[in-house]
Write a protein that binds this ligand. Structure first.
Ligand code: HMG
Ligand code: MG
Length: 307
């Protein structure tokens, strides 16, 4: 990869779909991923192997993985929160996994039902198993700028966590503006610390677009040497445990912006337009979307604190 090429890590099958309240048929998920292949993505996050009680939408991850086309040029990733998830991901034949932590204690509890320190403990055996199976691990950190419950995040906390996860063996850390309200000055403050801690080449931007600032945040990240951004075709998505957060920035908008700025993404813009149209057709109308809480029949274990 040259200084002028940027990788767009496609999130729509996982981050895009996990928040859709009505179950998307497995066959539709497979069709979507096969459409994404025409866009020439090198990295696609295909699903997650989390508790189906927590994210029912992605309970069919194994069935999706077994049926999608597997060109050698594409690496399929999946999120895993613990060893159960790792075992399922391995059996399903993923190419890489993502472990996901948070920079805010409240979100860590809401999202994975444990503290930040406990989550790192859970990741240790996952990292060891991944190393034994030669599976690359990406680290995610959520709420890197602001958490609706805990307020503004101290960039130093994110930088320390990023360092810790790199030391554990992650190949890259994806910095999540989960609620999508960050503006470029806040991203710059964050990157001042994180780039100092781990280096821009090991970071990715994962910017949700609730406040319409994600493209500006990407532009602000480029001078820090960041050359990988997470995005979702059609802007699909959100996190079920971060109420109100919109989807990742749209992949087609990122590709266009980067191309105008002289960066190569290797993506086919026409195919992106087709995939974005299909993604939009899957989006639930607002009336069908949950407001701030999941339906009670989707509530996970009683240990979970409600948002
Ligand atoms: P828990 O309830 O504390 O876990 O949840 P548990 O160990 O007590 O298990 C509860 C049940 O789930 C048990 O089943 C387990 O076997 C089962 P039961 O005995 O009740 O029948 N279980 C599993 N089943 C399948 N796969 C698994 C698994 N683990 C346990 N891996 C847990 C803890 C971590 C499991 C739960 O909190 C969870 O699954 N959370 C995932 C939430 C999630 O996926 N959130 C969205 C992704 S993160 C995100 O979107 C942010 C990101 O995009 C970046 C950003 O934007 O900031 C990455
Ligand atoms: Mg996200």
């Amino acid at each position: 990869m040259t200084q002028n090429s940027v990788r767009i890590f496609e999130m729509s099958p996982r981050d895009g779909l996990q928040n859709e309240p009505v179950f998307t048929l497995t066959a539709t998920k497979i069709t979507r991923i096969n459409l994404l292949l025409r866009c020439d993505f090198a990295d696609i996050e295909a699903t997650s192997f989390v508790s189906p009680k927590w994210v029912p939408q992605l309970a069919d991850g194994a069935a999706v993985m077994v049926a999608i086309d597997r060109p050698p040029s594409v690496s399929y990733a999946a999120l895993v929160p613990n060893m159960t998830g790792f075992d399922h991901a391995l059996a399903a034949g993923v190419d890489s996994i993502g472990i996901f932590a948070a920079a805010s204690q409240s979100f860590s509890q809401k999202n994975i039902n444990c503290s930040i320190a406990e989550s790192l403990g859970r990741f240790q055996p996952v990292m060891a198993a991944a190393a034994a199976h030669k599976i690359p691990v990406r680290g995610y950190i959520s709420m890197v700028v602001h958490c609706p419950d805990d307020g503004d995040t101290d960039p130093q906390i994110v930088a320390d966590l990023a360092s810790r996860m790199m030391d554990m063996g992650c190949y890259q850390i994806s910095l999540g503006d989960t609620v999508g309200m960050a503006k470029p000055p806040a991203i710059q403050k964050l990157l001042d610390q994180c780039v100092h801690a781990v280096g821009g080449a090991y970071l990715a931007g994962h910017y949700h677009d609730t406040g319409g600032q994600a493209l500006a945040n990407i532009a602000a990240s480029l001078p820090y040497g960041i050359r990988c951004f997470d995005a979702s075709v059609g802007g699909l998505g959100g996190c079920p445990y971060a109420p109100g957060a919109a989807g990742n920035v749209a992949s087609e908008a990122v590709a266009e912006m980067l191309s105008k700025a002289g960066f190569a993404t290797g993506l086919d813009h026409d195919a992106l337009a087709v995939a974005a149209k299909f993604a939009s057709s899957l989006r639930q109308p607002p009336a069908n979307r949950p407001s701030t809480k999941r339906p009670s029949n989707n509530q996970p274990s009683s240990k979970r604190q409600t948002p």
